[in-house]
Design a protein around this ligand. Structure first.
Ligand code: NAG
Ligand code: NAG
Ligand code: NAG
Ligand code: NAG
Ligand code: NAG
Ligand code: NAG
Ligand code: NAG
Length: 690
């Protein structure tokens, strides 16, 4: 009975709640539901099933995202005649009645992404007709096919920006966008487009930005959109990119063809304004060197274009290296992750504005850095992850690449390059030579077939990466005359065999130092007392058996001590300068003693220090390894036992000894007493005789 009545009353409460929330929906008092800021109303995520009809009539922007408006009826927004922005994203909206927007002649921006417009697209098409001022329309994620799209945009001639990302469009024919004569921006990202008819964009005379990324386009030929400024065709299956052979001026500034299957450098417009050309992750190479085919007929490729019963054949000699347009305005060129083995001579030097060049992850073995081959404007050059054996430099050139700041040569096999190379780069600040087998001049031991690189007196260099170079013991003045701020010497087991002396010349300029995996063990060798400006220090993966005491006088912000052999920290470190400056510390994978973790508590109590890997810190107890964060009760108790045990142990050890001593003493005393007694007695007796 009691249970029943409980159920009943619970039921009543639920009913009551239900009714209340319904009543809110039915009579929406906008103040309690939506937020009004100036003339914009925010009703996002309020579980509304319709547009509130009692908002101030002069509102200009209405945000209704993430609600449950499935139908937009005639006249729902009629009284908001000044509305220029309406957003109804993520409402599962299916049905927009033909007259739904009839009162919104000023509407310019309509956001309908992530709804189900496909269900009643014909009706929606009619509704959109009544928006003469519509400039921006977003229909992303509405399950639209190309037929639906064609009908939806039939008469939207005022539209300037249209997004159709994440729909089901597969083919673009010449009719689908034909009336969008004002369109400047079109996004078709993440559809299933595999074919684009030649006239598909013909009427889009004002189109400036076209996004075709993440589709299945196999090639782009006869490219002729002269007004286009940005074309993004990344993440397709494009093997060919060929511009229509013409002398027209193209406005193209950015071309993104990355993540495709390009086999050849694209055939670009002869006259263009290209500043950014993105070709990374393709299968490009130049072939003239390999096949000597410029003179043969084999390189001639014929393209047959069929349109309107006219067949046209274009021949392009793709094996020829220099088929480029004018690239004198190009600033950023990314050709990383390709199959390049060489660059045609004069290829780069014609790019007279080039500042950033990425050639990493290719198959280069030799690169020529002469002034005749590279433009002097270059600021960043990335040649990492190639098979570079040789850097060719004109032996008589004074300064080369006068503007180069950043040079990445990591992960190569450098065998031949001038030792003094970097002294000729006047502006160089960052050099990455990691993962090359080399030494630093002056070399300690002669011999071996490896090169030595001289950084002495390279005054501009600030950041130097030498990780995994298998450096031999670095000599004492290898960094003399530099002001290095950041140095990565990690994974060089022999570099600091003789201690920190090789770094003495840069001890005061260094702020970031990585000595991970450098074989440091505890001794006077790991003396950091001179590095007074150091901010970050990585000492992980070494053999430190205790905390290097010289660290406690530094003002580090970050310290990494993972994977060493440290069993505990001295308390003083926490309260020294280091404890005050430290922001972040890494401590895991050391064999800490579970019974001596007071230092960790002190560190945590500091509050200013973030122990980044707290969850991973473990400690040792007898032969077990346990997590410090979930230290089992048994361990803490055993630790307590061990500490209290010691006094007990002493007691136990001392007690029998002292007892024996006591007994012995008593016996002795008694013995002595007995004798005394006897003596006294005998004396008395004797005296008694008197
Ligand atoms: C909505 O308005 C349109 C045009 O104004 C009209 O053709 C249609 O019949 C109306 N629909 C309803 C359900 O009233
Ligand atoms: C577009 O306009 C034309 C002529 O003005 C008209 O015949 C056609 O029905 C309109 N299309 C839609 C979908 O309303
Ligand atoms: C091209 O589109 C892809 C995918 O959205 C994007 O990651 C990339 O940044 C775009 N490229 C440019 C140049 O904007
Ligand atoms: C390439 O062609 C030129 C001229 O036809 C010829 O002199 C040269 O020997 C050829 N080189 C190779 C590697 O076949
Ligand atoms: C295509 O062109 C041929 C002649 O070149 C002509 O006989 C034929 O009628 C044309 N076909 C069509 C569909 O226009
Ligand atoms: C065919 O090529 C000729 C010359 O190359 C050109 O004048 C003509 O416009 C082209 N026709 C088509 C349909 O591309
Ligand atoms: C150099 O290139 C490698 C591999 O491409 C990369 O991991 C590294 O971060 C780059 N170096 C610098 C300083 O950016």
């Amino acid at each position: 009975m009691a249970l029943m009545s409980l159920c009943l009353s619970l039921g009543l409460i639920f009913l009551d709640l239900e009714w209340r929330s319904k009543s809110v929906d039915a009579i929406p008092s906008y103040q309690s539901i939506c937020k009004l800021v100036h003339k914009a109303v925010d009703c996002n995520g309020r579980k509304l099933s319709s547009v509130p009809n009692n908002l101030p009539t002069n509102i200009e922007e209405l945000f209704m995202d993430a609600n449950f408006v499935r139908t937009l009826r005639n006249g729902t927004t009629q009284q908001y005649a000044n509305l220029w922005r309406l957003s109804l994203q993520g409402n599962n909206l299916e049905f927009i009645e033909s007259g739904a927007f009839s009162g919104n002649k000023k509407l310019k921006v309509l956001s309908l992404q992530d709804n189900s417009i496909f269900v009643n697209y014909l009706m929606t098409a009619n509704a959109l007709q009544s928006l003469p001022a519509l400039k921006k329309l977003d229909l992303s994620g509405n399950y639209l096919t190309e037929e639906m799209a064609g009908i939806l945009f039939q008469n939207l001639s005022s539209l300037e920006s249209l997004s159709l990302t994440r729909n089901f469009i597969m083919r673009l024919d010449s009719t689908i966008f034909e009336n969008l004569v004002q369109l400047q921006e079109l996004s078709l990202e993440k559809n299933y487009i595999y074919e684009i008819e030649e006239e598909a964009f013909e009427n889009l005379r004002r189109l400036q930005r076209l996004n075709l990324a993440y589709n299945h386009i196999p090639c782009i030929v006869n490219f002729d959109l002269t007004k286009l400024e940005v074309l993004n065709a990344s993440y397709n299956n494009i093997e060919w990119f060929l511009t229509k052979d013409s002398n027209a001026n193209f406005e193209l500034e950015t071309l993104d063809l990355s993540h495709n299957q390009l086999l050849f450098f694209p055939l670009l417009p002869k006259h263009n304004k290209l500043r950014s050309l993105l070709l990374s992750d393709n299968e490009m190479n130049f072939y003239a060197n390999a096949l000597n085919a410029t003179t043969s007929k084999e390189g001639l490729v014929k393209f047959i274009f069929i349109s309107n019963n006219v067949t046209n054949v274009t021949s392009v000699n793709l094996w020829e290296d220099v088929i480029l347009g004018d690239l004198s305005s190009l600033e950023f060129l990314d050709m990383s992750k390709n199959l390049l083995q060489y660059l045609p001579s004069g290829f780069l030097v014609s790019m007279t504005s080039l500042s950033h060049l990425k050639l990493n992850q290719n198959c280069f073995q030799i690169i020529n850095l002469n002034n005749r081959e590279l433009p002097a404007t270059l600021v960043e050059l990335d040649l990492s992850q190639n098979q570079l054996v040789e850097l060719q430099v004109d032996p008589y050139s004074g300064s080369i690449l006068p503007n180069l700041h950043f040079f990445n040569l990591s992960t190569n096999r450098l065998k031949r390059m001038p030792s003094q190379f970097f002294i000729h780069l006047d502006s160089i600040t960052t050099v990455d030579l990691s993962h090359n087998q080399l030494n630093l001049c002056p070399q300690q031991s002669k011999g071996m077939d490896r090169i030595c690189i001289d950084f002495r007196n390279v005054i501009s260099v600030r950041h130097l990466y030498l990780a995994g170079c298998d450096l031999e013991s670095v000599s004492d003045h290898a960094f003399r005359g530099t002001s290095l701020v950041k140095l990565d010497l990690s994974s060089n087991k022999r570099a600091l065999l003789r201690g920190m002396r090789p770094l003495q010349d840069i001890a005061l300029s260094l702020q970031y130092l990585s000595l991970r995996k450098t074989g440091l063990s505890n001794s006077a060798k790991a003396d950091f007392s001179k590095f007074q400006n150091l901010l970050a220090l990585d000492l992980s993966d070494n053999s430190l058996t205790s905390f290097p005491s010289t660290l406690s006088s530094l003002t580090l912000h970050s310290l990494d001590l993972r994977r060493n052999h440290i069993s505990f920290f001295p308390q003083f470190m926490v309260h020294h300068r280091l404890g005050k400056s430290l922001h972040i510390i890494y401590l895991s994978q050391n064999p800490y003693d579970c019974c001596k973790l007071d230092w960790l508590n002190s560190l945590q109590e500091l509050r200013t220090v973030h122990i980044a890997d707290r969850q991973q810190i473990t400690c040792k107890f007898s032969s077990k390894t346990v997590s410090v964060m979930e230290l089992p009760k048994s361990v803490t108790q055993s630790c307590l036992w061990i500490t209290t045990d010691m006094t007990l142990l002493y007691l136990v050890l001392i007690l029998p000894t002292s007892l024996t001593l006591l007994v012995a003493f008593i016996i002795l005393v008694l013995n002595v007493k007995q004798r005394l007694f006897k003596i006294v007695k005998s004396r008395w007796r004797r005296s008694n005789r008197y």
